[in-house]
Design a protein around this ligand. Structure first.
Ligand code: ADE
Length: 233
């Protein structure tokens, strides 16, 4: 196995992250060792008698801020030569498929920090974090869900994870075209008064490919016109 990715996730909600990473394709990638993913409870590194990891914000305001000490201690223990440290936060760069691809190709060891409450003491960002990543323009209750999303997206691009089931290159946001996928159908041919488009039953590969491209462009224009830029329909 030529490519191996190691991931350490630091969160106060280990179970939230573990769920998605133990099921199905990603679960198999993790158990088979293609991806070595360890989920840690940040409270293990708490310096506080009560395992406290948050405190009130300086300057006032609502909510709590995650303390720096547990993050510094944990990253100090886990960091190695080739480690990249990521913080999941709505304040980060918005994740896209090219960031996912770059991580799958280049990263050897990731430490993923999950925020919670109002935010993380900024000294963590300044001293420990290589990249702040957001999974979209909305706010979750905690970064653990976002970490699971990121790890899922990266893991499925590691060679050997999808097997022969499907090729990541043929999907939406592929390098080839950067547009959404065409609609797909399976049996039965007629359902609730709706028929599978005849072209898909024809066995004519070139015409099917042309139909798929046309429908993909239509779908992209309808749902994600921003992806088309100057491309004509
Ligand atoms: N934590 C809370 N919201 C988030 C988001 N959108 N992306 C990453 N981490 C988050």
């Amino acid at each position: 196995m030529e490519h191996r990715l190691e991931i350490d996730i630091l969160t106060i909600f280990p179970e939230v992250v573990k769920g998605p990473l133990t099921e199905s394709i990603i679960g198999r990638a993790v158990t088979s060792g293609i991806v070595d993913c360890r989920v840690h409870d940040l409270r293990e590194w708490s310096v506080d008698r009560h395992r406290k990891v948050d405190d009130e914000p300086y300057g006032g305001g609502p909510g709590m801020v995650m303390k720096p000490e547990p993050f510094f201690a944990a990253v100090g223990d886990l960091k190695r030569e080739h480690t990249r440290v990521i913080l999941m936060t709505p304040q980060g760069t918005r994740l896209n498929q090219s960031m996912v691809r770059s991580s799958a190709c280049n990263d050897k060891h990731l430490i993923i920090l999950c925020g919670h409450y109002e935010g993380v003491d900024h000294r963590v960002v300044e001293a420990l974090v290589d990249e702040e990543i957001s999974i979209g323009d909305y706010v979750l209750t905690n970064g653990a869900v976002a970490a699971a999303v990121f790890v899922d997206a990266v893991t499925r691009l590691i060679p050997g994870v999808l097997g022969d089931e499907r090729s990541p290159q043929e999907e939406s946001f592929s390098e080839a075209d950067g547009i959404l996928e065409a609609p797909c159908y399976t049996r039965p041919v007629q359902f609730e008064g709706m028929d599978v488009p005849e072209i898909l039953l024809s066995g004519h590969h070139e015409r099917i490919a042309a139909w798929r491209h046309k429908r993909a462009m239509e779908r992209t224009s309808e749902n994600r016109p921003d992806l088309l830029g100057d491309q004509e329909l």
